[in-house]
Design a protein around this ligand. Structure first.
Ligand code: FMN
Length: 221
């Protein structure tokens, strides 16, 4: 059992309640909560309570941070100079506070159109500022997709879901590879698409493996 009080931020992004990314994400969260009874658990469902896209005032905050070489997140409020910027900051602030306070960020996300849902992308756009490091945090992603996109599959080059998140966490947030975990459920469409029915066993196996890994990782985070 972990000794220090810890914080888990858990984001959901599936439009579905009967969701395979939610299932695996929930298993990670349940194991984490059992192992960290004194920890703080924060859940945000981006599909139910959507985050708006960034607006022009947000871009002004962003430009100010860049121009004034502000890398300390605590100094971002210095960028607020107009009522429109204050309104933009009022959206960012609670989201960013949750993110910065977390030492583990758990993201449960479907693949939509080779990528992540617009709801999750809107959250990323709101909370991400230039040269912002989140080093020291761990990222866990529970993802689901209708097809198979793993290494060696014909669709691997079209994986802009896991690939994008890995690249973004590493390239922008300075998260090393060893501080990221991806738990994927593949071939979900084999449950509904007759053309993929023969792949059902592969889907079942990937779902079972993701759930087993989720229960384990939740305990060791
Ligand atoms: C709008 C939409 C777009 C999708 N696009 C893709 C896709 O590009 N590739 C894919 O393999 N599956 C695609 N799917 C299937 C989902 O990835 C699959 O249903 C997955 O299980 C969704 O995650 P969830 O179970 O957590 O909701 C799409 C589904 C929806 C609803």
């Amino acid at each position: 059992m972990a000794t220090a009080a810890r914080t888990l931020l858990h984001l959901d992004a599936s439009a579905r309640r009967r969701s395979f990314s939610r299932e695996v994400g929930d298993a990670v969260a349940a194991a984490w909560r059992a192992s960290h009874p004194d920890g703080t658990y924060v859940h945000r469902d981006l599909a139910r309570t959507s985050v708006p896209p960034i607006d022009e005032a947000w871009t002004e905050l962003c430009d100010y941070v860049l121009e004034h070489e502000i890398t300390d997140i605590a100094r971002y409020p210095e960028a607020v100079r107009t009522p429109a910027q204050a309104a933009a900051w009022a959206i960012v602030q609670p989201l960013l506070e949750e993110l910065v306070a977390a030492d583990t960020v758990l993201i449960a996300t479907p693949m939509y159109n080779f990528s992540i849902p617009a709801s999750l992308k809107a959250w990323i756009d709101q909370v991400t500022f230039p040269k912002m490091s989140l080093a020291g945090r761990r990222f866990v992603v529970a993802h689901a997709r209708g097809g198979a996109y793993g290494p060696g599959t014909p669709r691997h080059p079209y994986d802009h879901q896991e690939r994008y998140l890995r690249d973004f966490f590493a390239g922008h947030f300075a998260i090393p590879e060893e501080a990221m975990t991806f738990l994927g459920t593949e071939l979900v469409n084999s449950r509904v698409d007759p053309a993929l029915a023969a792949r059902r066993e592969t889907h079942d196996a990937s779902r079972a493996a993701a759930l087993a890994a989720a229960r384990k990782i939740g305990e060791v985070l």
